[in-house]
Design a protein around this ligand. Sequence first.
Ligand SMILES: NC(=O)c1ccc[n+]([C@@H]2O[C@H](COP(=O)([O-])OP(=O)(O)OC[C@H]3O[C@@H](n4cnc5c(N)ncnc54)[C@H](O)[C@@H]3O)[C@@H](O)[C@H]2O)c1
Length: 258
Amino acid sequence: MSSAVSENYLAGKVAIVTGGCGGIGTAICQRFVKEGATVYAADIHTGDGNAANIATYVHHDVTSEDSTKALIAQVTADHDKLDILVNAAGIEFEKTIEDTSLEEWNRMFAINVTGTFLTSKYALPLMRNAGGGSIINFGSYDGFIADPQLAAYCASKGAVHALTKAMACDHGPENIRVNAVCPGYVDTPMLQSFFGEAGNIETLQKAVRDVHPLQTYGQPEDVANLVNWLAGNEARYASGQLWVLDGGLSAQVQQMRL
Ligand SMILES: NC(=O)c1ccc[n+]([C@@H]2O[C@H](COP(=O)([O-])OP(=O)(O)OC[C@H]3O[C@@H](n4cnc5c(N)ncnc54)[C@H](O)[C@@H]3O)[C@@H](O)[C@H]2O)c1
């Protein structure tokens, strides 16, 4: 067994990254391209344009069956196979259930849960054409434990965790591995918008850093490192698992800091 993931780890692989123009999605696209993969960045926005510049950008709304079919049709026409699917599209908002409208609740689930279901469902035939593949969903440490005022988000990520295990059971015999990456705090536009809703941003940023055993929050590249490993053959025996990547945050009892 080699000790490190090698250069060109993903040579010859075809990958779709939903939410591919977001903070984490862009870092994944960049890493996959560096490792030799052909990458489709599927997103409703081009973001800062960095992912769209190095990968093939496809306008894709994960909540739409037609949009998903069109994305898969494009990859079928270009390559007739798919090796890697990363379901990174997601939204987050901070509300209790009392403050959450039914429309907001349904939108959270439409993007975070139904989006994962839909893109995976239509990607499976293309993965069979490749003789197997790797699906990497995005859960969260919030799918295990709750932050205040994230009720709909926590529920949606818990659903992604359960879906990940179910998909791994169903498709393992086809050599299709399914895992979820479950980050803690990662420095992306999503986290900046979380900070932006607070009054004193610098105080909150410091408080968030200090609560981690590693005294920092993560960078998108940290997440891309794990996703890259899960995508390729070094992870051939890894499936059905929820990989927490949170700087040790969820390992500690918070009361000990009082
Ligand atoms: N940043 C964090 O701290 C953190 C922590 C835990 C989990 N996550 C998860 O990681 C994933 C990526 O988050 P991020 O921090 O990069 O967020 P981000 O906001 O930077 O990126 C999310 C991307 O999803 C796209 N998107 C939203 N709705 C879409 C739709 N209907 N169809 C297609 N694309 C859509 C957005 O355009 C955006 O580019 C999400 O699933 C998120 O829940 C993030």
